[in-house]
Design a protein around this ligand. Structure first.
Ligand SMILES: [Zn+2]
Ligand SMILES: [Zn+2]
Length: 166
Protein backbone atom coordinates (compact mmCIF):
# COMPACT_ATOMS: atom_id res chain seq x y z
CA UNK A 1 0.00 0.00 0.00
CA UNK A 2 1.40 3.38 -0.87
CA UNK A 3 0.35 6.58 0.80
CA UNK A 4 -1.74 9.05 -1.16
CA UNK A 5 -0.93 12.68 -0.58
CA UNK A 6 -2.01 15.84 -2.32
CA UNK A 7 0.53 18.20 -3.73
CA UNK A 8 0.29 21.17 -6.03
CA UNK A 9 1.64 20.47 -9.51
CA UNK A 10 1.24 23.23 -12.07
CA UNK A 11 -0.99 24.98 -9.57
CA UNK A 12 -3.48 22.10 -9.41
CA UNK A 13 -3.83 19.74 -6.48
CA UNK A 14 -3.21 16.15 -7.62
CA UNK A 15 -3.45 13.07 -5.49
CA UNK A 16 -0.28 11.13 -6.25
CA UNK A 17 1.20 8.08 -4.60
CA UNK A 18 4.49 8.80 -2.87
CA UNK A 19 6.05 6.27 -5.25
CA UNK A 20 5.61 8.77 -8.10
CA UNK A 21 7.21 11.57 -6.13
CA UNK A 22 10.68 12.49 -5.01
CA UNK A 23 12.09 15.01 -2.59
CA UNK A 24 13.87 17.69 -4.53
CA UNK A 25 16.53 19.82 -2.89
CA UNK A 26 16.73 23.29 -4.41
CA UNK A 27 19.70 25.60 -4.10
CA UNK A 28 19.16 29.32 -3.38
CA UNK A 29 19.53 29.97 -7.16
CA UNK A 30 16.59 27.63 -7.86
CA UNK A 31 18.61 24.79 -9.40
CA UNK A 32 18.15 21.21 -8.23
CA UNK A 33 21.07 20.04 -6.12
CA UNK A 34 19.78 16.74 -4.83
CA UNK A 35 17.01 14.23 -4.78
CA UNK A 36 15.83 11.48 -2.52
CA UNK A 37 13.03 8.92 -2.69
CA UNK A 38 9.83 10.17 -1.08
CA UNK A 39 9.93 7.72 1.83
CA UNK A 40 8.00 10.27 3.89
CA UNK A 41 5.65 13.16 3.19
CA UNK A 42 7.01 15.06 6.21
CA UNK A 43 9.43 17.77 5.14
CA UNK A 44 11.30 17.97 8.44
CA UNK A 45 11.87 14.19 8.43
CA UNK A 46 13.13 14.42 4.85
CA UNK A 47 15.45 17.32 5.73
CA UNK A 48 16.96 15.32 8.60
CA UNK A 49 17.61 12.46 6.17
CA UNK A 50 19.29 14.79 3.65
CA UNK A 51 21.37 16.65 6.20
CA UNK A 52 22.06 14.82 9.45
CA UNK A 53 23.91 17.66 11.13
CA UNK A 54 21.56 20.06 12.95
CA UNK A 55 23.84 23.10 12.51
CA UNK A 56 24.14 22.35 8.79
CA UNK A 57 20.32 22.19 8.52
CA UNK A 58 20.02 25.61 10.14
CA UNK A 59 22.64 27.03 7.80
CA UNK A 60 20.79 25.47 4.84
CA UNK A 61 17.66 27.35 5.80
CA UNK A 62 19.56 30.62 6.31
CA UNK A 63 21.22 30.32 2.90
CA UNK A 64 17.88 29.59 1.24
CA UNK A 65 18.09 25.89 0.39
CA UNK A 66 14.64 24.34 0.11
CA UNK A 67 13.03 20.94 -0.08
CA UNK A 68 9.91 20.19 -2.03
CA UNK A 69 7.99 17.16 -3.21
CA UNK A 70 7.78 16.91 -6.96
CA UNK A 71 7.06 14.36 -9.66
CA UNK A 72 9.98 11.97 -9.78
CA UNK A 73 10.56 12.14 -13.54
CA UNK A 74 10.77 15.92 -13.53
CA UNK A 75 13.25 15.90 -10.67
CA UNK A 76 15.49 13.39 -12.43
CA UNK A 77 15.50 15.58 -15.56
CA UNK A 78 16.37 18.68 -13.54
CA UNK A 79 19.20 16.81 -11.78
CA UNK A 80 20.89 16.37 -15.18
CA UNK A 81 21.33 20.12 -15.69
CA UNK A 82 24.39 22.03 -14.56
CA UNK A 83 23.92 25.13 -12.43
CA UNK A 84 24.65 28.08 -14.77
CA UNK A 85 24.63 30.64 -11.96
CA UNK A 86 27.45 32.72 -10.56
CA UNK A 87 28.22 31.92 -7.81
CA UNK A 88 27.35 28.25 -8.32
CA UNK A 89 24.19 27.28 -6.39
CA UNK A 90 23.76 30.94 -5.51
CA UNK A 91 26.14 30.48 -2.59
CA UNK A 92 29.23 32.64 -2.39
CA UNK A 93 31.72 30.12 -1.00
CA UNK A 94 35.07 31.22 0.32
CA UNK A 95 37.87 30.23 -2.09
CA UNK A 96 40.06 27.50 -0.64
CA UNK A 97 43.66 28.76 -0.30
CA UNK A 98 46.22 26.69 -2.22
CA UNK A 99 47.53 23.78 -0.18
CA UNK A 100 44.52 23.74 2.13
CA UNK A 101 41.53 21.51 2.55
CA UNK A 102 38.34 21.51 4.59
CA UNK A 103 38.67 18.86 7.27
CA UNK A 104 37.09 18.02 10.57
CA UNK A 105 38.72 17.67 13.95
CA UNK A 106 37.71 14.36 15.44
CA UNK A 107 34.30 14.79 17.02
CA UNK A 108 34.28 18.45 15.90
CA UNK A 109 31.06 20.30 15.10
CA UNK A 110 32.62 22.43 12.34
CA UNK A 111 34.99 21.81 9.48
CA UNK A 112 38.14 23.94 9.27
CA UNK A 113 40.65 24.83 6.60
CA UNK A 114 43.90 23.01 7.32
CA UNK A 115 47.20 22.94 5.44
CA UNK A 116 47.58 19.58 3.73
CA UNK A 117 50.89 18.25 2.40
CA UNK A 118 50.98 17.71 -1.37
CA UNK A 119 51.45 14.01 -0.82
CA UNK A 120 47.93 13.67 0.59
CA UNK A 121 46.37 14.09 -2.86
CA UNK A 122 42.72 13.16 -3.00
CA UNK A 123 42.99 10.40 -0.48
CA UNK A 124 41.40 10.08 2.87
CA UNK A 125 43.67 11.44 5.55
CA UNK A 126 44.17 11.84 9.24
CA UNK A 127 46.76 14.41 10.21
CA UNK A 128 47.83 16.82 12.91
CA UNK A 129 47.27 20.37 11.71
CA UNK A 130 46.57 23.90 12.90
CA UNK A 131 43.53 25.37 11.12
CA UNK A 132 43.51 28.81 9.47
CA UNK A 133 41.24 30.24 12.18
CA UNK A 134 44.00 29.77 14.73
CA UNK A 135 42.37 27.07 16.81
CA UNK A 136 44.66 24.62 18.52
CA UNK A 137 46.65 22.10 16.56
CA UNK A 138 44.90 18.76 16.62
CA UNK A 139 44.03 15.67 14.66
CA UNK A 140 41.99 16.40 11.53
CA UNK A 141 40.30 13.99 9.19
CA UNK A 142 39.12 14.09 5.61
CA UNK A 143 36.57 13.55 4.25
CA UNK A 144 34.15 14.93 6.82
CA UNK A 145 30.42 14.32 7.38
CA UNK A 146 28.05 17.19 6.75
CA UNK A 147 29.25 19.64 9.38
CA UNK A 148 29.12 23.31 8.41
CA UNK A 149 32.23 25.38 7.73
CA UNK A 150 33.95 27.41 10.46
CA UNK A 151 33.08 31.08 9.84
CA UNK A 152 36.52 32.30 10.95
CA UNK A 153 38.31 29.95 8.55
CA UNK A 154 36.02 31.21 5.74
CA UNK A 155 36.85 34.81 6.65
CA UNK A 156 40.62 34.10 6.62
CA UNK A 157 40.27 32.34 3.25
CA UNK A 158 38.53 35.42 1.77
CA UNK A 159 41.28 37.68 3.17
CA UNK A 160 43.94 35.47 1.58
CA UNK A 161 42.15 35.54 -1.80
CA UNK A 162 41.83 39.35 -1.63
CA UNK A 163 45.51 39.78 -0.74
CA UNK A 164 46.48 37.62 -3.74
CA UNK A 165 44.15 39.55 -6.08
CA UNK A 166 45.39 43.02 -5.10
ZN1 LIG B 1 21.86 27.53 -10.25
ZN1 LIG C 1 38.30 27.25 11.64
Amino acid sequence: MSAQIRILLDGEPHPLPLDDLAWERLAPCGCTVGTMVAFTADQSVAHRAFVQNADARKRDATLGFQLRLAERHGVIDRMKGRCPHVPVWGVDRAPIPPGHRWARAQGGRRIHLVPVPDTEGERTFLLHAKPLCGRKRELFQYPWGDQPECATCEERAREIAQAVAS
